[in-house]
Design a protein around this ligand. Structure first.
Ligand code: DX5
Ligand code: ZN
Length: 345
């Protein structure tokens, strides 16, 4: 996975539709972070593309995530098919018939995938308001949906990208603002400076003779540069996958604090690392949080961290009083393992 913050979703809309398997393989080799698949029904937009069957065919050909962007009038009718096809996220348009929106979003979430809502250039972000908390992705369209290769609408990006984050604040780490339409080396720095997470890049990658890998790396680097200098006081962005230790605790307390932190949308990884040994012979667990959410975790849970540390001390003392101290687990010889040779032998 790339360092840095911005990620490129390669749109296959302008790839050779007669040879999608090749297109997927090539883009993956050239460093795509994921795929963006534009589904059009000839009704919501004046164009037709592909459907769930093609996505199902692509699914086993790549391990990269597949984002479906449904430009269709009836997402609720078809959403199950897209979930079944193996999409990692399904984003459809907030301009569809309102009665479909909430049930379709709920289906996506229930399937364990990321639900998203897309907004056309003329649709205000406030259209998302009734569905707050039901979607994890906001896809800001910076062209009229329907075709690749159109010109980037800078004013739309300026108005919406930064503001869109407010709609996914229940997912401080995994929530995504995506920009779609006219994104290339000319617009990447600008949208990066507005904090966009995912840049959908289509037509420029499929131009004959173009070095796709170089283009992808350039777009990512420019977006990170924009972020660093416009939004992050000149500091380089924290890589998306970097984790830091938030605290170390005995297992039962680690699990309890993890649940509290995760309730607020910050994912936690428990690891047995270098923590101290407890009287029951088991090491403290490290609780890791994404580096990008460290400040938020401290802001929310600094007092909890102190409270749990005190609980750990009390638990250790009580354990010793009742059971004494067991030898650390790792020092016990594994069954069947060779005995260490005495030194000098
Ligand atoms: C347009 C699609 C886009 C399209 C972007 O309706 O939603 O995903 O592939 O292509 P470019 O990058 O050429 O604007
Ligand atoms: Zn799209």
């Amino acid at each position: 996975m790339a360092g840095g913050r911005a990620r490129v979703a390669v749109s296959i809309l302008d790839a050779d539709h007669s040879n999608m398997a090749h297109a997927i393989r090539r883009a993956e080799r050239e460093g795509a972070d994921r795929f963006h698949i534009d589904v059009m029904d000839g009704h919501f937009v004046p164009n037709l593309t592909f459907g769930p069957k093609m996505i199902k065919g692509i699914r086993p050909r790549t391990e990269l995530p597949l984002d479906a962007h449904l430009m269709i009038s009836d997402p609720l009718t078809f959403v199950d098919e897209f979930l079944d096809a193996g999409c990692d996220s399904v984003t459809f348009h907030v301009e569809v018939e309102p009665a479909q929106i909430e049930p379709a979003l709920r289906k996506i979430r229930a399937a364990g995938r990321a639900p998203g809502l897309a907004v056309k250039p003329k649709t205000p972000l406030s259209a998302l308001e009734p569905y707050r908390g039901l979607f994890d992705i906001v896809l800001v369209m910076t062209v009229e949906p329907g075709f690749g290769g159109q010109a980037f609408m800078k004013e739309v990006a300026a108005e919406k990208i930064l503001a869109a984050r407010a709609y996914i604040d229940h997912k401080p780490v995994e929530g995504e603002v995506q920009v779609d339409g006219g994104v290339n080396r000319e617009s990447a720095e600008f949208v990066g400076g507005l904090g966009v997470d995912i840049l959908v890049v289509g037509s420029v990658l499929w131009i004959k003779g173009r070095n796709m890998g170089r283009e992808i790396r350039l777009v990512r680097a420019l977006a990170d540069e924009g972020y660093q200098y416009r939004l992050n006081d000149g500091r380089p962005p924290i890589p998306r996958d970097a984790m830091v230790t938030f605290t170390q605790l005995p297992r039962h307390l680690a699990w309890a604090l993890m649940a509290e932190i995760e309730k607020g949308g910050i994912p936690v990884i428990p690891l047995r690392g270098s923590g101290q040994f407890n009287p029951d012979g088991v090491r403290d667990y490290d609780l890791l949080v994404p580096a990008s959410a460290e400040a938020l975790a401290v802001e929310r849970h600094d007092a909890d961290r102190a409270r749990y540390a005190a609980a750990a001390t009390a638990w250790r003392e009580a354990y010793i009083a009742e059971f004494g101290v067991k030898p650390p687990e790792t020092l016990r010889p594994m069954p069947g393992s060779a005995r260490p040779k005495p030194s000098g032998a």
